[in-house]
Ligand binder design. Structure first.
Ligand code: COA
Length: 390
C-alpha cells in the first residue's frame, strides 16, 4: 500500500499583507515549501490549491490555472478546492488522495486568501457565503452571530462561561507571540478579552479570529519516492472528511459538530490510533467557542468539559494536550483558504522538531482539524514523526 509523506512546508507571514499581491503570496509560500523539500519545481506532477472567495475579495477566479502559471509549472494539472474555511483542508486531502491512489508521486498543496483589500463589512459578506443563504444570511446573520448561537447553547447546557472562552484567546495569543509568521505577535490578558466589546453576544472582538491575508504550502510525496530521493519527511497517516447540514436550524444539536466527530472517528481508525495517542492538535478556532467544541468533538475531553479543561490549563503548550501551538486561527490569523494548509505546515514544523519557542515536547503524533462554515464540512488529518510505530 502506498504511504504518503510530507517533505516540505512553507508559508508567508499572516496579517495585513498590503505590500504583497494574491499571486505573489502564492509564489512566496510555494517557493518556501519547495526549497524546504530540496525538490526542483519540475518534479511536481499536480497542484491542489485551497481558496474560498477570491472572486468576492479581489475579483479573481480560475485560481487553479493561476497558481500553475504563477509558479511556472504549466502544463501540469492544477485544481482549485473550495469548501469555505475548509478549502485548505480539502486541498490537503485531495493531494493526499492523489498520492495515496498512485496517480501521482509528488504533488504541491497550497492555500491562499487575500481578505484585507475590502472593508470589514464586505469581508463579512464574503464570509457569509459559507452559511445558508435562505435560512441564515438573508435574515441578517453573520458568522460571529452563528457561532454566538453555538456558544449560548453550550453555556446553557454545560455552564461554559464567557471567561472560559476568553481563556482560549489568551492562550492562543500567547502561542502566537512565539510564532514569527503569526498576525498577532502580542499577548492579551483575560481582562482585555472580556472588555473587548460584543460583536454578537456572547462573542466579543477578541473571541474572533481576524481578517487576514496569507498563503501556505506543503509538498506531498509517496514514502517510497521520498526515501529514494533521500528526503526528510513526516508521515501523513490519515486525512478524512465529513459533511453536515449547512443550516444550523436543521441540526439535531448545537453543542457538537457532527462532521468533526465523524471525520475524527474515521481518521483515528485509518491511522490506527486513539485520541489518547495525539501529542498536539491544530484545531479550527475561528471563534473561541469553536476551539471548545473541537476539543470535545475530537475526543480530547468529554462533552461539556472543554471550557473547564481550558481554564485548568490542560490545552496550554505545556498542558496535557497542547492545542493550537501555532497560535491557531485566533492568534496566527485566518486567511480562510490557506488555514487548512497552514495547520499542516505547523504539524510539519512540530514533528520535525523545529518549532523553536513553541515546540511541543516529545511530539510524535499531531492532528489537524479544519472546519467549513459553521460545521458543514470538517477535515481531520493525522501526521506522525518518521518511524513512529503507534
Ligand atoms: N482579534 C484581535 N484583534 C483584532 C481582531 C481580532 N479578531 N479584529 C481586529 N483586531 C484589531 C486590529 O488588529 C486593529 O488593531 P490596531 O488598531 O492595533 O491596528 C483593531 O483591532 C481594529 O481593527 P479593525 O480591522 O478596524 O476591526 P473591525 O472592527 O473592522 O473587525 C471583527 C473586527 C471582529 C469584526 C473582524 O476581525 C471579524 O469579522 N472577524 C471574524 C472573521 C470571520 O468571521 N472569519 C470567518 C470565521 S468562520
Amino acid at each position: 500500500m502506498i504511504e504518503v509523506v510530507v517533505v516540505g512546508a512553507g508559508m508567508t507571514k499572516f496579517g495585513e499583507n498590503w505590500e504583497s499581491s494574491f499571486r505573489q503570496m502564492i509564489a512566496d509560500a510555494a517557493i518556501k515549501a519547495l526549497v524546504d523539500s530540496g525538490l526542483a519545481g519540475e518534479k511536481i506532477e499536480a497542484i491542489y490549491g485551497g481558496c474560498m472567495a477570491s472572486g468576492r475579495f479581489i475579483g479573481q477566479e480560475h485560481i487553479g490555472a493561476l497558481i500553475a502559471d504563477q509558479l511556472g509549472l504549466n502544463p501540469i494539472p492544477s485544481t482549485r478546492c473550495e469548501a469555505a474555511c475548509a478549502s485548505g483542508g480539502v486541498a490537503l486531502r485531495s493531494g493526499y488522495l492523489a498520492v495515496k491512489s498512485g496517480e501521482h508521486d509528488i504533488v504541491a498543496v497550497g492555500g491562499v486568501e487575500k481578505m484585507t483589500d475590502v472593508s470589514t463589512e464586505d469581508a463579512s459578506f464574503a464570509l457569509g457565503g459559507a452559511g445558508d443563504q435562505e435560512t441564515e444570511l438573508f435574515h441578517g446573520a453573520t458568522f460571529p452571530s452563528l457561532y454566538a448561537l453555538l456558544a449560548r447553547r453550550h453555556m446553557i447546557e454545560y455552564g461554559t462561561t464567557e471567561e472560559q472562552m476568553a481563556m482560549v484567546a489568551v492562550k492562543n495569543h500567547k502561542n502566537a507571540a512565539n510564532n514569527p509568521n503569526a498576525q498577532f505577535q502580542s499577548e492579551v490578558t483575560l481582562e482585555e478579552v472580556m472588555n473587548s466589546g460584543y460583536v454578537a453576544e456572547p462573542i466579543k472582538v477578541l473571541d474572533c479570529s481576524p481578517v487576514t491575508d496569507g498563503a501556505a504550502a506543503v509538498i506531498l510525496c509517496s514514502k517510497e519516492k521520498a526515501e529514494a530521493l533521500g528526503m526528510k519527511y513526516i508521515e501523513m497517516a490519515a486525512s478524512e472528511q465529513a459533511s453536515d447540514t449547512i443550516s444550523l436550524a436543521a441540526r439535531k444539536s448545537l453543542t457538537e459538530l457532527r462532521a468533526t466527530m465523524e471525520a475524527a472517528r474515521k481518521a483515528y481508525k485509518k491511522a490506527g490510533i486513539t485520541q489518547e495517542d495525539v501529542d498536539f492538535a491544530e484545531v479550527h478556532d475561528c471563534f473561541t467557542i469553536a476551539e471548545i467544541l473541537a476539543i470535545e468533538d475530537l475526543g480530547f475531553f468529554k462533552k461539556g468539559e472543554g471550557g473547564i479543561a481550558t481554564e485548568k490549563g490542560l490545552t496550554a503548550l505545556n498542558g496535557k494536550i497542547p492545542i493550537n501551538p501555532s497560535g491557531g486561527l485566533k492568534g496566527k490569523g485566518h486567511p480562510v483558504g490557506a488555514t487548512g494548509v497552514a495547520q499542516a505546515v505547523e504539524a510539519f514544523n512540530q514533528l520535525m522538531g523545529r518549532a523553536e519557542k513553541r515546540q511541543v515536547k516529545n511530539a510524535e503524533i499531531g492532528l489537524t482539524h479544519n472546519v467549513g462554515g459553521s460545521g458543514a464540512t470538517a477535515i481531520v488529518s493525522i501526521f506522525k514523526k518518521a518511524g513512529v510505530k503507534k
